[in-house]
Write a protein that binds this ligand. Structure first.
Ligand code: SAH
Length: 398
């Protein structure tokens, strides 16, 4: 992108350090506060021009006055009409999904940076949309209005709910706000993926309701599943319900009673019999493996153990313990589906955990599939943070 000379007179400017500028040149879209040289007095959530210390124009960005990520780039060009740009990007995100998503009425419509809409997440569950606002800029009233309007016009939902993460609002120094219905009337629905039905309640549950990023992995796991299956960290039954048609029995384990109640309703909705067990997965696997319980298919899909780099070692110990016990409990010919949604635990680190675990329990393991998040959660090259989910499928031969 050739440099332009100060085309954005009306916008405030942020000056970034050489390191920040280099980061942007490498294709990343964030600049950390420590790399902002001048930006004092800029209103929270502003659209800003970005320059390096030699006054070279680097692009247009959204500014946060409080997050460690001070700048999220929107464009390498000047942006004169933010509302028009948002409209165009949302429409492009919708069109992208039309090409890559099939066999479901539930998918991520907008995935923040990966759709060039930093700080905005939109999920579709049949006729209900679920919205998450992650930054000061996306929280601004005119931005909210545009987003709701474009979503309404393009997808004609029966309801748009907003899910608020109070921790994020705190980090962004935004006033508290309640989750709730923002447009239309409907907050609940039933959605379908891979032929399996799920209840959705936009105002309950974790994340935005379901783990849409696993949709393609559910179908992949089902291809290999057989015999007695154990779905550990089952939440509302995403994997278990997909495995059920292929397996003689399915047991789901989770520590959340509320999640298991929905899981049970989902089983009924699909005419499946699944045993749901409320408990701590670590304790349960320990007991099961001590009592030599055996399975043919085991899914491990724990919550993110490594929320920060500092937690990496503890996280790896957690993954090791789970995978070790699962490998021990699998019959020859068994299938292990092991997932990690910790960005800080890379695919190679997770593979290493399985390699070590297999060696420790003397099992021979073959990698069937090395998978990531669904295509509706695109990965933006040069922004590694947009790739976070790992799903590895193994065959355990002896
Ligand atoms: N596999 C699920 C998503 C799992 S999310 C799906 O595809 O929909 C992680 C789940 O782990 C959450 O439901 C959470 O309640 C559960 N969980 C967290 N800690 C746990 C623990 N120690 N034991 C059992 N479940 C736990």
């Amino acid at each position: 992108m050739p440099a332009r000379s100060a085309p954005l007179k009306e916008l405030p400017y942020v000056v970034v350090s050489a390191r920040g500028a280099a980061r942007l040149k490498n294709g990343h879209v964030w600049v950390y506060r420590s790399d902002v040289k001048a930006g004092d007095g800029i209103a929270p959530g502003s659209l800003v021009g970005v320059r390096d210390e030699k006054k070279k124009f680097l692009g247009t960005a959204l500014y946060s006055s409080s997050s460690q990520i001070a700048i999220r780039m929107l464009s390498a060009r000047p942006v004169e009409d933010l509302s028009a740009l948002l409209r165009q990007r949302i429409q492009e995100a919708i069109a992208y999904r039309e090409r890559i998503v099939a066999g479901t009425d539930a998918y991520r419509v907008v995935f923040s940076e990966a759709d060039f809409l930093p700080g905005l997440i939109v999920d579709r569950y049949n006729a209900v949309l679920s919205l998450q606002v992650l930054t000061q800029a996306m929280d601004a009233e005119p931005v909210r209005e545009t987003v709701l309007k474009v979503l309404q016009e393009s997808l004609n939902p029966a309801g748009i709910v907003e899910r608020v993460d109070p921790r994020i609002r705190e980090l962004e120094n935004l006033p508290p706000r309640e989750s709730g219905l923002r447009l239309g009337e409907k907050t609940k629905t039933v959605f379908t993926m891979n032929g399996v039905k799920f209840h959705f309640d936009g105002l309950e549950g974790q994340k935005t309701g379901a783990f849409l990023d696993q949709r393609e992995n559910y179908a992949a796991a089902a291809r290999y599943a057989h015999g007695n299956a154990l779905d550990v960290f089952c939440y509302q039954g995403g994997f278990g319900l997909h495995l059920a048609p292929r397996c003689s029995s399915v047991t789901g384990v989770d520590s959340s009673r509320a999640a298991l109640e929905v899981a049970d309703q989902n089983a009924t909705l699909n005419g499946r019999e699944i045993e749901w067990i409320e408990g701590n997965a670590f304790d349960l696997l320990k007991d099961y493996s001590a009592s030599k319980q055996q399975y043919d298919t085991i899914v491990l899909d724990p919550p993110a153990f490594a929320k920060s780099k500092q937690k990496l070692e503890t996280a790896l110990r957690g993954y090791k313990e789970l995978n070790l016990r699962a490998l021990k409990m699998l019959r020859p010919g068994g299938v292990l589906v092991t997932c990690s949604c910790s960005y800080h635990v890379g695919a190679s680190a997770l593979l290493e955990v399985i390699t070590e675990s297999a060696r420790d329990v003397h099992r021979t393991v073959r990698l069937l599939e090395n998978r990531g998040q669904g295509l509706d959660h695109p990965t933006l090259l040069n922004v590694p943070e947009t790739a976070y989910l790992k799903c590895l499928i193994f065959n355990v031969s002896n």
